[in-house]
Design a protein around this ligand. Structure first.
Ligand code: SAH
Length: 368
């Protein structure tokens, strides 16, 4: 009987140890050696793993491989931001973005091909949803960027802010994050791995039990009426419920604060009264607000708030005791900015949460 070789990329430490024990009769330290080769040194070829015994390497090659993503294209922005389009299936692609800053290097990774959350201001939403990424496909983005940056740049932070809703792919995102945190994986501290969610409340409670990473939440509106329009999941899990899940997460995980993302849409959510409503929601809470100037994409009905409006909005919040900062737009010239990642979602199931939820009243709405 022949089975497909197991992809070692994306196996968390415990699973890799079990694999080498069961399939190869090897000791756990072999798994640790493999992890160092795969993640730290970016190796994919067993032959290159010179401190592994020759016959162990040969045995490995029979049953396993390190299958890494294939690059469709690479782009570099004048500001140093880099973007990769990676092939997922014959017709599908996802994007990964590296954002260099003087004191850090952030890799923004995708968790799904497309997205079903249907936020009205997001380019990925327009693509519809195709499928969840596997653990290997999530970790593979880091593997690839790490290898291509080749020592010239370092990945000091990972944010799950690319295509997709990470908590809708909880099963695969969780083991991937374990590899980011593992000292034999990418060895990042819990504050340097950020999961961003549009607000899947039940999964936020689950995450609070299982993993400790920084949490970012896409708020985008200070009241339910407006948030229902912009972020359709709000019709199922309104703001009060969402904030409850945020404070619970911090309690459980001993976290310092939640970062709330707020996209600045001209004439939609950027008025002084919105800032005042936001301050009422967040004042005195362990919260930071990150204002994101809207990044346009073809076909969008929205415009970015003018700079003076964004500055004034930030000042109003600060005056009312809420820490607010403005996210600098990066990689705009290569469509790598927040909300611009479209990838190649050619074969899609047009699953649009907004449409589903409009058909059903809030209480009766079903999870996607
Ligand atoms: N699905 C997750 C993570 C992906 S999006 C989430 O919703 O949080 C990362 C951030 O970019 C989110 O805050 C998202 O709302 C924001 N975003 C989406 N489209 C945008 C756009 N066109 N301009 C600016 N920010 C956008």
């Amino acid at each position: 009987m022949s089975t497909d070789p197991t992809n070692l990329l994306g196996l968390p430490r415990a699973e890799l140890e079990a694999f080498v024990a069961e399939r190869l009769g090897a000791k756990p330290f072999r798994a640790r050696q493999l992890m160092k080769w795969i993640y730290r040194r970016g190796a994919s070829d067993f032959e290159a793993m010179s401190d592994l015994a020759r016959d162990f390497r040969a045995q490995l090659a029979q049953v396993a491989q390190v299958r890494v993503p294939e690059v469709i294209s690479r782009q570099s922005s004048i500001d140093g931001t880099r973007k990769w389009l990676l092939r997922m299936d014959r017709t599908q692609g996802i994007e990964t973005v590296y954002i260099p800053e003087p004191d850090r290097g952030t890799l923004c990774i995708s968790s799904q091909v497309g997205c079903a959350m249907d936020c009205t201001f997001c380019s990925t939403a327009q693509q519809g949803f195709n499928r969840n990424l596997s653990v290997a496909e999530i970790v593979g983005q880091v593997w690839l960027a790490h290898r291509e940056l080749a020592g010239a740049h370092r990945i000091t932070n990972i944010v799950l802010m690319g295509m997709g809703e990470p908590l809708a792919n909880y099963r695969n995102v969780l083991p991937a994050m374990r590899i980011f945190l593992d000292d034999l994986g990418y060895d990042l501290s819990r504050r340097r791995v950020t999961l961003s969610t549009s607000g899947l409340v039940p999964q936020m409670y689950k995450l609070a039990e299982e993993c400790n990473v920084a949490l970012a939440v896409s708020l985008h509106a200070p009241n339910d009426e407006l948030r229902d329009q912009l972020v359709p999941i709000n019709r199922k899990h309104p703001i009060a419920e969402l904030l409850g899940a945020c404070w619970h997460y911090l309690d459980k995980q001993n976290g310092r604060s939640v970062t709330f993302e707020y996209v600045m849409l001209d004439g939609v959510n950027d008025r002084p009264e919105h800032a005042r409503q936001l301050a009422r929601l967040l004042r005195g809470r362990p919260a930071k607000l990150n204002l994101i100037p809207f990044n346009p994409f073809p076909g969008t009905r929205y415009r970015r708030s003018p700079d003076p409006v964004i500055l004034r909005f930030r000042d109003l919040l600060n005056e009312q005791g809420v820490i607010a900062t403005i996210r600098r737009t990066r990689g705009e010239d290569i469509d790598a900015a927040c909300g611009q990642l479209a990838g190649q979602v050619l074969d899609r199931t047009v699953a649009r949460l907004g449409a589903k939820l409009t058909a059903a009243p809030r209480a009766a709405a079903e999870a996607p």
